[in-house]
Structure formats: C-alpha cells, structure tokens
Design a binder for this molecule. Sequence first.
Ligand SMILES: Nc1ncnc2c1ncn2[C@@H]1O[C@H](COP(=O)(O)OP(=O)(O)OP(=O)(O)O)[C@@H](O)[C@H]1O
Length: 359
Amino acid sequence: MTDSMTFLDIQGAAKTFGGTTVLDGVDLTVARGEFISLLGPSGCGKTTLLRIVAGLLTGDRGTVTLDGEEISRKPPHHRDVGVVFQSYALFPHLTVAENVAFGLEARGAPKAEIEATVRRFLDLAHMASFADRSVKMLSGGQQQRVAVARALAVQPKLLLLDEPFSALDRKLRETMQIELKRLLRELNITAIFVTHDQDEALVMSDRIAVMNRGQIEQLADPETIYRRPATPFALEFVGLSTRIAGKVAEATPDGVVAIDTAYGRIRANGRYTPGSPVLIGIRPERMAFGPNAAENTIKVTLTDIVFQGSRIQAHFASSEDRPIQIESSETVPAGLSPGGETEVSWNIADTLLYPDVAA
Ligand SMILES: Nc1ncnc2c1ncn2[C@@H]1O[C@H](COP(=O)(O)OP(=O)(O)OP(=O)(O)O)[C@@H](O)[C@H]1O
C-alpha cells in the first residue's frame, strides 16, 4: 500500500539470472526514518533487491520510488542513495578524512563546507581523532565506522547497508549495531539493512522483512516476527521452536481446533476444516514443566538438559526431525533425569498453527 507515510516504495521488483528467478515480484514500502532489515538465508535475493534500489543492477520488472520520485532508471550516483557494503571498500591510499570527504569533493562542495561536514560525521562516528590516519592503519570496526561516515556525509535520502558488520567479532558487532542505530535515529535517516543474522535483525529493526526464495514471506515489527511468524519458514528462520505435525480432528465455531498428533490431542486457535494436515509450532520459552488441564499438555521423555547459565534448555524425544524443547529459568523437576517421562504444557494461545503443505 502506498500512502503519505511512504518514503521508499518498491513495487514488483523482479530479477532472473540465467533462467533462475532470484526476485519474484517484491513489494516493499518504507516510511521516512524507518530502519528495515531484509532477513533471510544465503541466496534468497536480499543483495539483489538492495542492488536494484541502489541502481547497481537493473530489475527485469518493477519500480523504485524515493521521496515521491521514480528513480528506477536513474544511474546510481543520481539516486541520493548511500551504500555500505560488507567489505569496507575504502580508498586505501587516502586518509580517514579524505575518504569521508570524497563524495563531497566529487560534488564540488566548497572547501569550508567539506571540512565542516567531514568533522561532523567523523564526530558522529566517533572517529574524529583518527582523521589524518591512513585507513590501512585502522581495525575492522574503525574502517566500518569510516565507511558509514563516508556514506552519510553526502546526506543521502536513503542508506543501504549490506551485511556491514559480518566481518567483525561478536562483541564489536554488537557495539556497532547500537552505535549505528543511534546515529541513524539522530539523523532521521531511512535505512535498509541486509543480514542473515536473526539476532542482528531483531535488535536493530523497526520492521523486518523475512525473505525466502525471492519473496518477502512476512513484513512486521520484530516482536510480531518472533511471536507470530506468518509461515513455517519464518518460524524456522527466527528463533527456536518445537514442531509437531498433525491432522485437524474437530473445529469449533469459536475458532479453536483440536488436532490429532503423535502426542495426543492438541488445541490451537485457527480455522481449518477437519482432516486438514497442519503443522504446530511452539516457542521453547512458552512451554513449562507439568500439566495444565485447561490448556495443552503432552507426555514426553527427557533426552537432554543443556545448561545455559541463566536458563536451561530441556530436550525431549520427538517424532519430528528435532527435539521438543523447553527453555526455562527454572530447573527441571526434582527426580527427572534423561530417559524419564514427564508432562509439559503450554497455552492454546501460544500454539502457532500452519497448513502443512508438505503432508
Ligand atoms: N550477477 C549474477 N549472475 C548470476 N547469478 C547471480 C548474480 N547475482 C546473484 N546471483 C544469484 O542470485 C541468487 C540471489 O543472490 P543474492 O546475492 O541476492 O542473495 P542474498 O540473499 O543476498 O545472499 P547472501 O546472503 O549469500 O549474500 C543467488 O543464487 C546468486 O547466486
């Protein structure tokens, strides 16, 4: 939907390489100042979509409109779009300040303005004290800060970031995530961020587009993506989950279905006709030890306890290709050890339900 809030509007973006559909008619609208992540496995088309928006690649179909102007056929340097890639792509023979000044000089900005802008963006990127250093002398994190400062210095309407932190170690990556978020918020910059790291997407995004095979499967805020994944793929790709296959046995008019499974009857909210094959998903922290007669209870056999410091994970034997899992801040019930049977329960409202297309 296009409305007055739309700043970037991608409609029907499609791309085929050598007969393989890489982008399958993607629509995406982004509001001004919004931070959107494209999240998905390798090869799902994230980078291809980003390159089409940047103008580095021409889509077979579709349009890109930025701030009310269609830019689909404009060359990259006329699109007002900044790009930060995975590899830093700084100019190695220039200093930090010269790198940041590069785009401004190319536009013929006055010298005093260039100096002031470079200073401002190096300050914002916490790199002011490195201004005169060669970029070759910088660490990976520092180089990536300079790359972000360089992209922002020309004050683009839109910033595109393609796995910018993937080469950094975990701690530095987390610091950079927080810093980048702060910087973009301060400057009210609209950004699209490509990542295959679900934690990174959950931490940083206003909304996440979960991509699979050239399509967006779900576009929503991080909490909705985690709590209400729209498809089995989204459930699978973000966070841990237990899966149980079943067949709908009964459907009530109030929208609750009873499902026959290898563990007995399980109830869930949903509208399915009896006989439909379904897939049940449950997040591990929504499951608890012990029965709950009003909700869902199943009998399971403990296989493993994984101690994770503040939490434990308990695994139970499953008929599926992965264990039933509980994640809890409590310990396992006294006397329960691997091989032992117990009951676990969870709420009907926490039971995610999907049509089982594979069945
Ligand atoms: N120029 C090209 N020529 C042929 N095939 C390409 C080209 N660019 C991308 N592809 C193919 O298109 C598919 C999608 O690539 P894309 O880079 O968009 O994926 P991605 O989701 O960004 O993955 P990754 O996380 O690995 O970068 C891949 O199978 C890739 O091999």
